[in-house]
Design a protein around this ligand. Structure first.
Ligand SMILES: *[C@@H]1O[C@H](CO)[C@@H](O)[C@H](O)[C@H]1NC(C)=O
Length: 222
């Protein structure tokens, strides 16, 4: 064999190995691979890792940054049967009627620990499991699990929350630490405190005279 015959012998083998699809199967085509998807294309909603990073802000005490991930107008339901339970369609209503009302009964702000994050990414709902710990003003230990089911929009903002809290702990903390319901015969009641439902001064006037009702009205305003 001379050199030319060796090359002619090897050439078909080389072609066959580099173009395997030209031989038999005409249905097989070389397809161009699409470019790799970016994380945002893979996850229209925040991923578990991104949600964990958002919750780290709450845990580290940076509540302003944490709450900036929530729409001011959203749907927030505090689940359960207790004084704070209910539906709030505004973040500020949840903050005042729910969270700050609870915090007012505590001796300091609670600490949160993130236990579990499930969902997000391709799912518009995620679930965050948190441990909340605090001491109430009267010394009662608050140590409970909170579950927040959150719905996200594609801008990475929370638009709906269903937060599950410990109803017994919440009830007892509020009951024992708010003057409206926490009182005894030893407490000197020196200011008008009609309760959450207010007072019907017309009924007071019919009972004890309009001049007394007017006097009460003046003191309550001042
Ligand atoms: C309530 O008032 C009475 C009478 O003025 C007083 O003796 C008592 O110490 C007061 N109690 C409290 C808890 O301030």
């Amino acid at each position: 064999m001379n050199l030319l015959s060796i090359l002619l012998f090897l050439l078909p083998l080389t072609l066959a190995s580099t173009h395997p699809n030209t031989n038999s199967n005409s249905n097989t085509h070389h397809t161009s691979h699409p470019p790799p998807r970016t994380p945002s294309q893979q996850c229209p909603y925040p991923s578990t890792t991104q949600i964990t990073n958002i919750w780290e802000k709450l845990i580290s005490g940076d509540s302003v940054s944490f709450i900036s991930h929530f729409r001011p107008m959203l749907s927030w339901t505090i689940m359960g049967t207790h004084p704070l339970a209910g539906h709030y369609d505004k973040l500020s209503l949840f903050i005042v009627n729910g969270q700050q009302r609870l915090y007012n009964s505590l001796s300091g702000e609670p600490t949160y620990t993130l236990v579990n994050v499930v969902g997000g990414c391709e799912s518009e709902w995620s679930v965050q499991e948190m441990r909340m710990q605090a001491t109430a003003k009267n010394g009662r230990i608050l140590d409970e699990m909170n579950i927040w089911a959150t719905q996200w929009d594609t801008d990475g903002m929370v638009v709906q929350v269903r937060s599950y809290v410990d109803a017994w702990s919440t009830t007892m903390i509020i009951h024992e630490n708010e003057d409206w319901s926490d009182s005894s015969w030893l407490t000197n009641r020196t200011t008008y405190m009609p309760g959450p439902n207010g007072v019907d001064l017309g009924a007071v006037g019919r009972e004890v005279g309009q001049s007394v009702a007017d006097e009460i009205a003046g003191e309550m305003e001042g």
